[in-house]
Structure formats: structure tokens, C-alpha cells
Design a protein around this ligand. Structure first.
Ligand code: SPV
Ligand code: MG
Length: 434
């Protein structure tokens, strides 16, 4: 007698925090036939929700060892079509929660695709109390350890097309970055990390951006941000100060859970790079700056801490070739990523730089700070090989005119009533912090 062929059952999963709900789905799927799990890659997951805690390999090992699962294959997009067309499964199984929300369109596409070979969609009831997003929200409420936070940047760089970073100069701005997200074109959008800026840390304290605010003061401000957030932090280390002090700074940063420090290749009294007049500002020699990078790399406790070199050649009117020469040397000295800074109104030069640097054997992930070339879209940066975008000062620039206008309005009107319409209500501010 001919052996009856087993049916193929396809289940797409992220399986980051595995719980009873997943087992329920897999068990039901196994009752229908041989279960092939399409495991979403980190990239596929980050297109619609947060980057998973566990990477693809770790999640794959867990799933392969579940008795209901026959095989695990990668699913590279949220869309199932490619895997479904290859496998032509008899069944697709998914919890019924995807009938609404961001996955609704994906579901419709699945139904359309499997109809061609008469495949069936089976949708067990979604186990409400056990969504992994719920579990993650609970973890967020508990907070995070410095080590967990520190490791996150590397995971994001590996998983995302571009890591989106916004300046945070206070715990309150940290909370905005932590909690804000929007859905646009079926995509989940949020800031991935915080930028601890020397400019905005100084402005907040009414001081110029010339290292008048010392590292200890800035790091103690960071502590307050760390208390109420979990996202990674990139620290603006200016030029790192004296070589002999660098290892202490790196250790202090790592201890509180900072993920990266960016060192700029300038020497002497510091001036902010966006100042039109850079007279008197000097760039460091390649040799000397490489020593600093090497010192930082050798001082770190964890390899996951990023030491980033920031090149100021374009700021100081030097050529793209000069920047390229430096990028290769800094990369060879151990820099994990390169920030190519510019205060031009357009990104032409940094794109020429990235095109050439991408061909180099010393290529490392690139960072852009689009403050002056603010018309540039993230998608252009991605196309030009940038991996991290830092919005370096927008939150403090947003708050200043608002505070100034409110103060002015009170003076001009002899009361606060007129200012009310442009400011947060008392109720809102009371409820802002839970
Ligand atoms: C900062 O934000 O402090 C920076 C970036 O270093 S820039 O202001 O462009 O120099
Ligand atoms: Mg700075």
C-alpha cells in the first residue's frame, strides 16, 4: 500500500520570547502535518516591531528543539509569499490576532497566495495574555541592566537598515525617545537610541560647547536618563581629552551601560563643528588620533562597546581624499564605525566619501549627522551605505523657542492665560510620568 504523504504546514514566527501561545499554535499545526517554521529574520521583525532580544541563530536553536517542529527556514520579509510559493504548503497556521492591525494586509496576501494550490489558512484563537509584546512591555517596566543596554546597539546595527538616534539632554527627553512610536505605511517607526550631545548638554547648562561642562557632570546627567529608559546611548566624547584619561572615561561609560563613544579628530580648545568660523581649530595628526582610538579600544571591558572615530576634515575645509585617508587609518587602528561630519547644505561630499570608502578593505559602518543637510531623507542615507543617523540637537532646539515665547507672552499680557493654548495642560504634565 502506498504510504500516505504527510501534509505540509507552514507557521511563520518571530519566537523571541517563547511562551504558551506559541506552543499552542505549533501543537495545532503538528496535528495537521509536518510543521515547517518560517523564522522571521531580525530584519524582517524590525520592519514591524522592535528588534528581537535573541538573534536569529539563538531563536533557531530553540525552535529546532521543539518536538512539534520538523524544520526551520528563514523568512526574510514580513510578507510570506516567497516561502509559500517555494513550499506550497497544504496549511498555513497563524493566531487569529492578525485579522486586525499591521499584519492585516499580510494575511490577505497569504490567503491569495495559497488559494492557487488550494491551501488552507487555519487560525487558532489568539491567547491574549501571552503575547510576547506584552511580556516585553513588562520587561521594559522593570528596566534594564547596564550590560543589556550596552549590547543593544550592536544588535540594532546588525538588524536594521538604519539605526535612528535622537539627542537626549534630560530624563524627560529620554522618555520621549523611549516611548514614542508611529505607524506609517504599515511600518513601525521609533527612535532606536539616544545621542548624548556635548552641544546640548552644554546648552542645557547655559555653557558654550567648549568642554566647560566636564565629563563627570555629563555622565551624572546620563545616569538620570538611564534611570527611566532602556534604549542604547551613544556618547559624544569630544576629542577624548588626554590620552592618559581615556581609559577611565570608557570604563565610567561602560559601567552605566553606554553603548558607544564617538571621538573627534580635533585638538586644542574645542569649538562646535557647526560654527561657521573654524579659525584656530586644528585637526589632530593621524598618528596621534590613532593612538587615542587604540587606547579606547584597549580599555573597553566588552567588545560590544563601540569605539567610533569622527572625521572633521570636511568641517575644516579639507578634501574628501583627506577624510578617506583618515577613515582607513582610524579603521585599521580599531574604530568600529566612522562618523563623517559635514556642515554643508547638501550631502554630496559625504556621499562621495561613502561611495569610495565602501570599496575599501577597511570599510566600517558609517554614521551621518544631518543637522545642516536636514533635507536628506533616511532612505538616501541607507542607499549611500550609512548605518546610523544621529539627529543631534533637535529636541533642545524645539524646546527653547517654545519656552522663550511662553515667557514673553506672560510678560506682554501680565498673565499666563494667553500662553495656555501653546503649552501642555497641567493634567497632561501630571500624568506624563507614570
Ligand atoms: C554635538 O551634538 O555635540 C556634536 C555634533 O558634536 S555637532 O554639534 O554637529 O558638532
Ligand atoms: Mg559635540
Amino acid at each position: 500500500m502506498k504510504k500516505k504523504e504527510k501534509k505540509i504546514v507552514y507557521v511563520a514566527l518571530s519566537a523571541d520570547i517563547l511562551h504558551e501561545g506559541h506552543i499552542n499554535i505549533l501543537k495545532k499545526a503538528a496535528n495537521l502535518g509536518e510543521v515547517i517554521v518560517g523564522l522571521l529574520t531580525d530584519k524582517a521583525i524590525s520592519s514591524y516591531k522592535k528588534v528581537p532580544y535573541l538573534n536569529y541563530k539563538q531563536r533557531e536553536i530553540v525552535l529546532k528543539n521543539i518536538k512539534f517542529v520538523t524544520k526551520v527556514i528563514p523568512q526574510y520579509t514580513l510578507d510570506y509569499t516567497k516561502n509559500l510559493k517555494n513550499l506550497k504548503p497544504n496549511y498555513v497556521v497563524h493566531g487569529d490576532d492578525w485579522k486586525k492591525g499591521i499584519q492585516k494586509k499580510i494575511r490577505q496576501q497569504v490567503i491569495k497566495t495559497i488559494k492557487v494550490w488550494d491551501g488552507k489558512l487555519v487560525e487558532p484563537k489568539y491567547t491574549k495574555d501571552f503575547s510576547s509584546s506584552n511580556v516585553k512591555d513588562k520587561i521594559l517596566k522593570v528596566g534594564t541592566s547596564p550590560d543589556n543596554r550596552k549590547l543593544r546597539l550592536k544588535r540594532l546595527v546588525e538588524a536594521k537598515d538604519i539605526v535612528r538616534v535622537l539627542e537626549s539632554h534630560s530624563a524627560l527627553t529620554g522618555l520621549i525617545i523611549e516611548n514614542l512610536n508611529v505607524i506609517k505605511d504599515n511600518k513601525f517607526l521609533e527612535f532606536d537610541a539616544m545621542w548624548s550631545s556635548s552641544l546640548t548638554d552644554s546648552a542645557l547648562r547655559g555653557k558654550p560647547d567648549n568642554q566647560s561642562v566636564d565629563y563627570s557632570t555629563r555622565i551624572s546627567g546620563l545616569n538620570e536618563i538611564c534611570e527611566v529608559t532602556t534604549k542604547p546611548i551613544i556618547f559624544d566624547a569630544d576629542n577624548g581629552g588626554r590620552l592618559e584619561h581615556i581609559s577611565f572615561m570608557i570604563k565610567s561609560l561602560e559601567r552605566i551601560g553606554v553603548s558607544a563613544a564617538i571621538f573627534e579628530d580635533k585638538v586644542g580648545l574645542k569649538k562646535n563643528s557647526l560654527f561657521a568660523n573654524q579659525k584656530g581649530v586644528k585637526q589632530d595628526s593621524i598618528k596621534n588620533f590613532c593612538k587615542k582610538i587604540k587606547k579606547a579600544v584597549d580599555s573597553r571591558i566588552s567588545d560590544d562597546f563601540f569605539v567610533i572615530a569622527r572625521i572633521e576634515s570636511l568641517i575644516l575645509g579639507k578634501s574628501v581624499d583627506d577624510a578617506l585617508k583618515r577613515a582607513e587609518a582610524y579603521s585599521a587602528a580599531g574604530a568600529d564605525a566612522i562618523l563623517i561630519h559635514s556642515k554643508d547644505k547638501n550631502p554630496d561630499k559625504i556621499f562621495t566619501f561613502s561611495k569610495n570608502f565602501s570599496r575599501s578593505k577597511y570599510f566600517k559602518p558609517l554614521i551621518a549627522v544631518p543637522s545642516s543637510y536636514s533635507q536628506t531623507y533616511e532612505k538616501q542615507l541607507i542607499k549611500n551605505n550609512f548605518k546610523i543617523v544621529i539627529y543631534a540637537n533637535q529636541l533642545i532646539r524645539a524646546s527653547y523657542p517654545s519656552m522663550l515665547n511662553t515667557a514673553k507672552s506672560i510678560l506682554l499680557n501680565g498673565r499666563s492665560h494667553e500662553a495656555q493654548k501653546n503649552i501642555t495642560s497641567i493634567n497632561e504634565i501630571i500624568n506624563l510620568i507614570k
